[in-house]
Design a binder for this molecule. Structure first.
Ligand SMILES: NC(=O)C1=CN([C@@H]2O[C@H](COP(=O)(O)OP(=O)(O)OC[C@H]3O[C@@H](n4cnc5c(N)ncnc54)[C@H](O)[C@@H]3O)[C@@H](O)[C@H]2O)C=CC1
Ligand SMILES: O=C([O-])CC(=O)C(=O)O
Length: 309
């Protein structure tokens, strides 16, 4: 299996590193426009292979897409990250152009690839990759839900003093402050979380999760990369190993949840064909209202993109 990661910055390099050391692909191509950076980081990851014992070949490229030809999966991380005081939506102008140009090259050199978008604003950049590639919705998706859910699970594990491995959860909606928490679908070793934590503490954790990306931007002056890069690699793994994992993924809804033509995070089954199935949960009225608000927000930003096309 061949996987390309476009953007050799913080998220892209982390993703390539995880793909390599976990031997998720035989070949990982890292591409960036900055002269030499992708080559340097790929070489560094390759030189780590005798230490961490893996044999995935890592190859770097300065904007030469011929090296990416025939990729099975392409992860797009190219684009600006936000700085303190910015929202993800503030990145739309610059990143839409970058994602469009990158997707055109991906389509040209890897016409059968499955595309995973990471660049922000996530839901709308996934839409951009979809309209540029004209690939079916099963093959163009965005990474956000695994990350948002991981933050929520990590905060819960800390609060309950248990292993994060035992926390199962799903969050839905857009990647931003309007994400939709679903505490009634959260369990700790099979026990509903509501039996282990009081409501006010759970509400606090949900709020912290919604602004989890911003918390890190404030601390570091740029956005996160370890968890985002690993989350994207986990999606690649589910696809290349046909694991049929159930993850929250940003996908184009076509009538599910009563929503049409909007890219939004929902639980899906992820396997060798990409999105194998969109899972429709029976949401209660409060949850439906939150999802509708999230949908409206994403739709507004999609319209900003449409107005500039
Ligand atoms: N979906 C999510 O949950 C998350 C999304 N992000 C987003 O991912 C993106 C990348 O973040 P970082 O890696 O931290 O940024 P970064 O600045 O470290 O890396 C971005 C890289 O993209 C490259 N790039 C720019 N234009 C390009 C082009 N046309 N072709 C190829 N490469 C190009 C840059 O040279 C740079 O190396 C940002 O938009 C950020 O907001 C970050 C974290 C989580
Ligand atoms: O916060 C950001 O800008 C990057 C991101 O999407 C995240 O870490 O959730």
């Amino acid at each position: 299996m061949k996987v390309t990661v476009v953007g050799a910055g913080n998220v892209g390099a982390t993703c390539a590193d995880v793909l390599a050391y976990r031997e998720i692909a035989n070949e990982v191509v890292l591409l960036d426009i900055k002269e030499g950076v992708a080559e340097g980081k790929s070489l560094d990851i390759w030189q780590k292979s005798p230490i961490n014992l893996y044999d995935t070949r890592t190859i770097g490229s300065t904007n030469d897409y011929s090296k990416t030809a025939g990729s099975d999966v392409v992860v797009i991380t190219s684009g600006l990250p936000r700085k303190p005081g910015m929202s993800r939506d503030d990145l739309i102008e610059t990143n839409a152009g970058i994602v469009k140009q990158v997707t055109e090259n991906v389509v040209k050199h890897s016409p059968d690839a499955i595309i995973i978008v990471v660049s922000n604003p996530l839901d709308v950049m996934t839409y951009q990759a979809h309209i540029t590639s004209q690939f079916p919705r099963t093959k163009v998706m965005g990474m956000a839900g695994i990350l948002d859910t991981a933050r929520y699970r990590a905060f819960l594990a800390e609060e309950l003093n248990v292993s994060p491995k035992d926390i199962q959860a799903v969050l839905m909606g857009g990647h931003g402050d309007t994400m939709v928490p679903l505490p009634r679908y959260t369990t700790v070793g099979g026990i509903p979380v509501t039996e282990l934590i009081d409501k006010s503490k759970l509400d606090e954790i949900i709020e912290r999760t919604k602004f989890g990306g911003g918390e890190l931007v404030k601390l570091m002056g740029t956005s996160a990369w370890y968890a985002p890069g690993s989350a994207a690699a986990q999606m690649v793994e589910a696809i290349v190993r046909d694991q049929r994992r159930v993850f929250p993924v940003c996908v184009k809804l076509e009538g599910e949840y009563g929503i049409d033509d909007v890219y939004l995070g929902v639980p899906v089954i992820l396997g060798k064909n990409g999105i194998e199935k969109v899972i429709e949960l029976d949401l209660n009225d409060d949850e439906k209202k939150l999802l509708e608000e999230s949908r409206n927000h994403v739709k507004e930003v999609m319209e900003v993109l449409d107005s500039k096309r």
